[in-house]
Structures are given as structure tokens and as C-alpha cells.
Design a binder for this molecule. Structure first.
Ligand code: HEC
Length: 176
């Protein structure tokens, strides 16, 4: 989820109640100033909220991702370990036209892509062997295909099974 702590609902209330007067005895102008002061306070508080979240790229990384159904979870990567991974790397890094994996997961897979700060939970840190080596192939496959609804991990229905297995193999090369 994108994190805009607190800011949105306040704006909503003030818009809706502008003109009717939300606080008795206050002029419109002082209400307006009060709203501004509250908004400023909330903005100032935002970094404090952010500090409570684990930083992107933590290792080991807290992980609460939903578990794939067994028909996926138990699948092993059918590709040979020496499969050509150039296509997988290209998909992962992207061509700059669409949001690619690296935007969130980082070019090196360290979970620190340019967009990683925006998401809570944070994008998976594939460079973190402690976390990713315990995740089975079939689980990685399932999340790449269907996404993680609790997080901002998108589904990728356009990728073939073969492409996803190549990506899974590629992700394994990033772990240290
Ligand atoms: C918009 C940001 C974003 C993009 C783009 C993105 N991801 Fe993710 N990804 C996430 C987030 C956030 C999570 C954490 C999900 C969670 O905690 O449930 C995640 C988690 C994962 C996981 C972890 C699965 C698990 O069980 O732990 C895999 C694998 C993954 N992404 C692969 C990819 C691949 C491959 C691509 C590109 C084809 C991609 N992601 C693109 C944000 C993104």
C-alpha cells in the first residue's frame, strides 16, 4: 500500500464540511487556518511513521507473504541450472517504458529500487540468502504470476510459464 499517513482523511473531511462549519464558534477563516496547522503537523509526523517501518532491503527481511496453494508451492523449477538467463534479466531490468521488477526490487535485487520506499510491506530483498533461500521455487513462481494482494507486488499474467521459471532461476543468482 502507498503510505500517506493520516493526510488523506483530514483533507476529505475539510472538503466535505467546508461551508457547513465543523467546529461551532469558529469562523471559516480560523477553521481554514486550523486545518492548515493540522495538515502541517501530520506532514511533520510523517517521517516518524516512516521510521517505524523496516527499511527497504533489510536482511533478514520480515516476510508475511501469503502461501501459494500446494499445486504451485510444491513445483520445482523444471529448467536446468545452466539455462540462458539473458531474457529473464531483460524482463527484470525492463526497457524503461513500463515499471519493471528492478524499479521496486532494485537492479541488484537488494530490495532498494527507486520505488521501494513507497511500499509497505517492502519489496522482497532477493540478495538476502537468509530470507530467500528458504522460499521454494513454486512459491516464487506463484507470486510472480498472481502478485501479492496484501502488498504492491503486481500480477504478471503476460509472462509465460517458461519466462517465469527463467526469472525464478535468475532471482536465485542474486542471493548472497
Ligand atoms: C511496484 C513494485 C513491485 C514491482 C514492479 C515488482 N514487485 Fe515483486 N514485490 C513487491 C512487494 C512490495 C513485495 C512484497 C510482497 C509481500 O510482502 O507480500 C514483492 C514480493 C515479491 C516476491 C516474493 C514472494 C515471496 O513469497 O516472498 C517475488 C518472487 C517477487 N516480488 C518477484 C517480482 C518480479 C519477478 C517482478 C517483475 C516481473 C516484480 N516482483 C515486480 C513489489 C514489486
Amino acid at each position: 500500500m502507498l503510505g500517506f499517513p493520516g493526510g488523506m482523511p483530514l483533507t476529505g473531511i475539510n472538503r466535505r464540511d467546508a461551508g457547513t462549519g465543523i467546529l461551532p464558534g469558529m469562523t471559516h477563516r480560523s477553521q481554514h487556518l486550523l486545518a492548515k496547522a493540522c495538515a502541517a503537523l501530520l506532514l511533520a509526523a510523517a517521517p516518524a511513521f516512516a521510521r517505524d517501518e523496516p527499511p527497504p532491503g533489510e536482511c533478514p527481511q520480515p516476510r508475511f507473504t501469503g502461501k501459494a496453494p500446494d499445486e504451485y508451492y510444491l513445483r520445482k523449477n523444471p529448467l536446468a541450472p545452466d539455462t540462458d538467463l539473458r531474457q529473464a534479466r531483460r524482463i527484470y531490468l525492463g526497457d524503461g517504458k513500463k515499471v519493471a521488477c528492478a524499479e521496486c526490487h532494485g537492479e541488484k535485487g537488494d530490495g532498494r529500487g527507486p520505488m521501494s520506499e513507497l511500499f509497505e510491506p517492502r519489496p522482497r530483498n532477493f540478495a538476502c540468502a537468509k530470507t530467500v533461500n528458504d522460499i521454494p521455487d513454486g512459491q516464487l513462481f506463484w507470486i510472480i504470476r498472481f502478485g501479492s494482494p496484501r502488498a504492491s507486488m503486481p500480477a504478471h499474467p503476460q509472462l509465460t510459464d517458461e519466462q517465469i521459471w527463467q526469472i525464478v532461476l535468475f532471482l536465485r543468482t542474486l542471493a548472497k
